[in-house]
Design a protein around this ligand. Structure first.
Ligand code: ADP
Length: 665
């Protein structure tokens, strides 16, 4: 067994690998960029080496720098995590030359599976069912149209080197094929420096179901069940689960056996994933093979009881698998939700900044949090915006969903925008409960994007009752402070008026031993919990329903977050409420004449000058954030007034870039 390994990655996956290595008594070396000097994985590892500047192309992706770190620390093996160098054949070759073990598959598998056209040919030859289509490289848009017609619409135009949902276009007619061919080619060229594209049939109502495989270097190759990853946004996974609510034992076995057959063709070793697309009749087709540990591997760990990282390390050290296919038993159900630093209400715009609060839910047998950050740490614009992975399990799917909902309620993040309201809405969605999933789920259920209406609470008055309870507890404590002038002690009233979202509620809140009894019109809410002033979470029961509600102060209001919805509740005495009604309302300023930065980022260019007339749709500026260039365009005709920021400026969210002249606004 190795005595020291290096983890060529960052974030949650580096931390996760370190945890297992430590349990196995193996020393760990972290690598980090200058921006990550204080990151969690650096803190957790026994040693850490800086491998370059903040952009990953200058640090995490520089093979020579990683090799130097290996030499300097004497690490005997490298775990690459996912992304970065994990599927890079040049890196695996360099390690082999240097005599360092790669905790992953052999070169042959990485090279063969790195290319969609080649891997599809291999799969076809191995008897694996593949998506009908054309396996050659397409020359021009004329040929693209001819082939698309042959296959029959709809089709998918795909970059052979593609990954991460890039370089993929659905086409439903000739015109879309021409356009899809052009855009997929150019995207592939700029993202992967490889412009080969091919075309295959687009599978309707597709589900994404993948098989986890595990192989040693002694000829043993097993499949560890499947994961369903159909809940995707723009071809990127959001929710994954194991098992799939769609598969029967027969299909599972057939898919597993085909995955194993494919793995054997490339002498696969280590953990890997064979991705399939499954149609509504349970026909399945090979998509691609990922020759690395997947983001969503924890759900498989839950249902199999295995530690995949441990297995990968053992295999890399030359050990034999200590169990066979018959020993692989799937038990229970697990769901993973990816917690991202992105604003679901602003079209999932990435969010960066300081984690003012970061309190993940407590871990236990049915809740696991794979985290790469800590409270006070920073989400920087250089890397992907993943904050953590939340994994919840149970005996059944319903139980797992229940645990996930509770864990999301308790996940307390402040300082950056995050997608927990969106994840909570998905977990509450009836169609998700029924398991009627396809990769179009999000696009179909949220056609206008995710909006605050999608987070309406099932019992808004419950939130009012909890706010009143919290308020009453704070008032009672204030009244109990010693040293008050005799005869002038503070008296706490029982009657209140609560304001929430423009609605007024007259209520009484009477303290009880643990909480309060709140009467709201006809309804009585027994609010039970041991919340104390300053607590971030209210945990307890309301009329017997278990709740975990996040409590913040927002001006004079109580801000409650529960089940993905947020409510600001002002609790006042009737007199204060009467006076409050007389207060003028502060109107938000009119910002329609401004071009604001939609996200924190770098202002790459400004395409207009002061006094210039612009037409709707014309490019005004380009903002770069998290490696994506965003072109900001005029929404209507007008004349440019003052320009507030110049190219090269780093922008905060909502910072003014320029303003239009008001006169013709
Ligand atoms: P990437 O390597 O970019 O992740 P994949 O080939 O794995 O690309 O495809 C990603 C997703 O795109 C799949 O999960 C599926 O949702 C969708 N997809 C890919 N190919 C097809 C197809 N032929 N028909 C329907 N959907 C597809």
């Amino acid at each position: 067994m190795f005595s020291k390994i290096l983890i060529a990655n960052r974030g949650e996956i580096a931390c996760r690998v370190i945890r297992t290595a430590r349990r196995m008594g193996i020393k760990t070396v972290a690598v980090h960029s200058e921006a990550d000097a204080a990151a969690l994985h650096v803190e957790m590892a026994d040693e850490a080496v800086c491998v370059g500047a903040a952009p990953s192309a200058q640090s995490y992706l520089v093979i020579d720098n990683i090799l130097k770190a290996i030499r300097d620390t004497g690490a005997e093996a490298v775990h690459p995590g996912y992304g970065f160098l994990s599927e890079n054949a040049a890196f695996a070759t360099a390690l082999e030359k240097a005599g360092i073990a790669f905790i992953g598959p052999g070169l042959k598998a990485i090279a063969a599976m790195g290319d969609k056209i080649e891997s599809k040919k291999l799969a076809h030859a191995a008897g694996v069912s593949t998506v009908p289509g054309y396996l050659g490289v397409i020359k021009d848009d004329k040929e693209a149209v001819r082939i698309a017609r042959e296959i029959g619409y709809p089709v998918m135009v795909k970059a052979s080197a593609g990954g991460g949902g890039k370089g993929m276009r659905i086409a439903r007619d000739d015109a879309e094929t021409r356009e899809g061919f052009r855009s997929a080619t150019s995207e592939a060229k700029s993202s992967f420096a490889d412009d080969r594209v091919f075309i295959e049939k687009y599978i309707e109502e597709p589900r994404h179901i993948e098989i986890q495989i595990l192989a040693d270097g002694h000829g043993n190759t097993l499949y560890l069940g499947e994961r369903e990853c159909s809940i995707q946004r723009r071809h990127q996974k959001v929710i994954e689960e194991a098992p799939s609510p769609f598969l029967d034992a027969k299909t599972r076995k057939a898919m597993g056996e085909q995955a194993v057959a494919l793995a054997k063709v490339v002498d696969y070793r280590s953990a890997g994933t064979v991705e399939f697309i499954v149609d509504r009749d349970r026909n399945f087709y090979f998509l691609e093979m990922n020759t690395r540990l997947q983001v969503e591997h924890p759900v498989t760990e839950y249902v199999t009881g295995l530690d995949l990282v441990e297995q990968m390390i053992r295999v890399a050290a030359g050990e034999k698998l200590s169990f066979g296919q018959k020993d692989v038993k799937l038990k229970g159900w697990a769901i993973e939700a990816r917690v991202y630093a992105e604003d679901p209400f602003r079209n999932f715009m990435p969010s960066t900044g300081r984690l003012v609060r970061y309190r993940p839910p407590e871990e236990g047998p049915d809740v696991r949090v794979d985290t790469g950050v800590y409270e006070g740490g920073e989400i920087s614009m250089y890397y992907d915006p993943m904050v953590a992975k939340l994994i919840a399990g149970g005996r059944t799917r319903d139980e797992a969903i229940g645990h996930m909902r509770e864990a999301l309620d308790a996940f307390h993040i402040r300082g950056i925008a995050h997608n927990i309201p969106f994840l909570a809405a998905l977990m509450a969605h009836p169609r998700f409960h029924e398991g009627r999933l396809t990769t179009n789920f999000i696009a179909e259920e949220y056609p206008e994007g995710f909006r605050s209406e999608d987070t309406v609470h099932d019992d808004p008055r419950l939130l009012v009752a909890v706010a009143a309870t919290v308020h009453r507890i704070v008032e009672d404590r204030a009244a109990s402070i010693s040293g008050q002038l005799q005869g002038h002690e503070r008296r706490v009233p029982d009657d209140y008026v609560a304001l929430m979202g423009g609605e007024e509620f007259t209520l009484t809140a009477l303290p009880t031993a643990h909480g309060a009894e709140v009467t709201l019109g006809e309804a009585v809410y027994a609010v039970h919990g041991d919340w104390r002033p300053g607590d971030a979470l209210f945990r307890g029961e309301v009329n017997g329903r278990a709740v975990c509600i996040q409590i913040d102060r927002a001006g004079i209001a109580w801000r409650l977050n529960h089940a993905g919805s947020q409510a600001d509740v002002k609790v006042m005495t009737p007199r204060a409420a009467m006076l409050h009604r007389l207060m003028p309302e502060k109107m938000p300023p009119d910002l329609s004449a401004f071009l604001l930065s939609p996200m924190p980022g770098l202002l790459v260019s400004v395409a207009v000058t002061e006094g210039e007339d612009v037409k709707a749709g014309q490019e005004l500026a380009v903002v770069e954030a998290m490696k994506m260039e965003n072109v900001l365009r005029a929404t209507r005709d007008g004349r440019i007034g003052t320009i507030h920021a110049a190219a090269g400026a780093s922008l905060a969210v909502d910072q003014k870039i320029l303003e239009f002249e008001q006169a013709n606004g």
